[in-house]
Design a protein around this ligand. Sequence first.
Ligand code: TRP
Ligand code: ZN
Length: 877
Amino acid sequence: MSKKLAKYRSDYRAPAFTIENVHLNIDLDDHATRVRSQLQLKRQAPGALELDGEHLELITLAVDGVLRSADSYEVTDKQLILTEIPDEFTLDIVTQIDPSANSALEGLYKSGGAFCTQCEAEGFRRITYYLDRPDVLAVFTTTLSADSEHFPFLLSNGNLIDEGKQDNGRHYATWHDPHPKPAYLFALVAGDFDRLEDHYHTLEGRDVRLELFVDKGNLSRANYAMESLKRAMQWDEERFDLAYDLDRYMVVAVEFFNMGAMENKGLNIFNSKYVLADQATATDWDFVHVESVIGHEYFHNWTGNRITCRDWFQLSLKEGLTVFRDQEFSSDLGSRAVHRIDAIRVMRSFQFNEDAGPMAHPIRPDKVIEMNNFYTVTVYNKGAEVIRMLHTLLGEQGFQHGMQLYRQRHDGQAVTCEDFVAAMETANPVDLQQFRRWYSQAGTPQVRIEQRYDAAQGLLTLTFEQMTPATPGQTAKAPVVIPLLFSAYTHAGERLLLTDSAQVNDHESGSQLYVLSDSSATLTFTEVEQEPIIAWLENFSAPVKLQTSVNTEELELLLAHGEQEVTRWEAAQQIYLTCLRQAVTNQQPVQLSASQLRALTKVLKAPIDNALKALIFTLPSAEELLEYYPENAPLDAIERAVKTLAHALANGLQEVFAATFEALESQSEQLSGKAMAARALRQRCLYFLALAKPHDYSPVVAQQALTQGNMTLQQGALEIAVQHQLPCAEQVLAEFAEQWQETPLVMDKWFAVQANARHPETVKRVAQLLDHPKFSLRNPNRVYALLASFSRNSLRFHQEDGSGYKLLQRIITQLNTLNPQVASRLITPFMQWRRFDTRRQSMLKQSLVELQQLADLAPDLDEKITSALQSEETASQ
Ligand code: TRP
Ligand code: ZN
């Protein structure tokens, strides 16, 4: 196989031709699907017509109705090239494909009994020859035909304009999508489903028919997704003034899907995990995720579909913005603090890690080999943080003005990140020149803040420094624009406004705002009557690592008095992290001081949201702690520190945990925010109680594991039993599997709980579960549940004997041919091999080298392995 070549952002060229109309005629068949594609092409620039196409069998080709012989065009394994052609013509191509053989789940494939497609990023070229790039926007008309009995529903984008019977038991349907769109938004589905129908009335009074398609027998699990969809449609009208633009909106849930969901125009295809949810089978967090993914794909209709990307380097244009929008949706409907904290944890546990590794890239990458490798936490989540910084700098109103201008200028176009920033800049009185560096620079900036106070003179001096470490291919870094939200407090816990400096402004969030844009800066304030305690980077106002001189006593004050919920949570996190790092350095167990225990006890008793309390009692993970040790990571010391911190809390706060747990016990089982918060806190209490007194609480946990009708409670009990290896663990596992063996999405929880377990038996257990009858490497959800979970369980993956490495290497080897996209996602923990001791380094490297030598190594893996193995010197060039 020929090696796939890198593409560079700077090489962008408009295509020689554009496609105005496409007529697709697809005769669906398990092994021999015939695709006839009629394209209306029009020249835009000189050059040959180079159509993309992979894994296709070309049957015939005609130009303006005249069949062409094979010597009048060139076919390679990636392209179909035509040279002698008019400037305007119709091209008629017939190809054949084998959907049943498609285990990569890209292009047209079978999911269970149904046909479905996944075309983003470059999957359409596996259906037919095409200009498979997002800047070619065409009007699609699609006729599908299939066996009527097995495939009663034939769906594609847009509006249904014709349907009817054919001979020999087949039928057909023709769909027309009036909105010009790139091929990555094309979709078709054919199958037999249960259908849930509803309606949404836009504020203008237009009626939209909503349809949700799920596997037979699952209708009762589709209601929450439908309600979420209506909430999303209304929210987008109210907050962004964006309304839906077709008469019909369809969502199909499928079992086999590489990612979360896909925003195909008018026909979203979803991983069933983000559609199916009821109290008996879904946890509270599952419901939250359903709502946010439903929202995310719906919001793409404007930020992604109506205004799309010019090229794939611009992916964050639609993904960063749409993640920002779905985060705001969840925050407006639920607890803003809880959702913010969730986003912050994703950044710190995963994005910072990516930014510090060999595949570090800016949110707008410059060089790509396999596009599927760039659907990353950097492009999505850091991308959303960059949008959030714009929102912080411009305020809600200024941001919305920018959005309106963006839409006015670019509706119906394929544009760039630069176009978005330019719209924000024109609509507001700001210069975003330096801000643009967030799009071009990789790496996590480090910010240092020092505070000096001169009591005699009432003088407060704050000094700031920023520095971004080198990343592969980018050694010289320039300072970026860092909005620092902060609040100052007196030692009595009262807010203190620092008003002296022209560079500090009150912000609509309630915090104050200082924007750091130089590599270093100093602020001075006079007439400050006492030394303030300052909460910095409130609400995680920039995706940076922060170093301050705030000590743990001061953090205790912020924990007790911080006006903002996120600030209180952050204070707790910093207290934990300080203790953990001290324990690692001193090679000693974590000790919590009496005053720290008192401060935490107060939190449990305070009249604040139970969901916030639950988060405050969620300790930083080993993975988060690992971020502080870029070299020779002291895994054993980290394991001990994390363990002993949990024990210190469990033992120190036993009584309050017990009292809190009892008081919450009678809470209702409703799906309200209040009930969910109570369950979350109850879970944290039980976690610590079972840690402190495993024998006393094992029966309590076993009992809760049998709760019928509430998966949050069942799964929560299972997790505690397995994590703590309670006496009841094996029995609880067996009962759970017995009850849920026929419900794959619930069995995924069972797989994940075992793969997430922090104790040393985990590697062996995961290896055994590979042979479990309900496990399959062909279904990405199973792989993510068992193996992606395991790959994120750093302490067990890096088990001393290398057994974790061998296990994952074996799986990646198998997935390399079966499903490269999924294989590539599992390789993440190998990427950081340089961060460990020499013994582990050599084992990790050995695995990478062996993988690299695979015959038929997929480009997805090749790109990552090559960058991981690149020598230190060339890596930073
Ligand atoms: N655009 C999808 C989203 O909402 C991402 C996606 C879905 C995807 N399926 C995919 C990307 C397959 C690459 C390959 O975020
Ligand atoms: Zn998206």
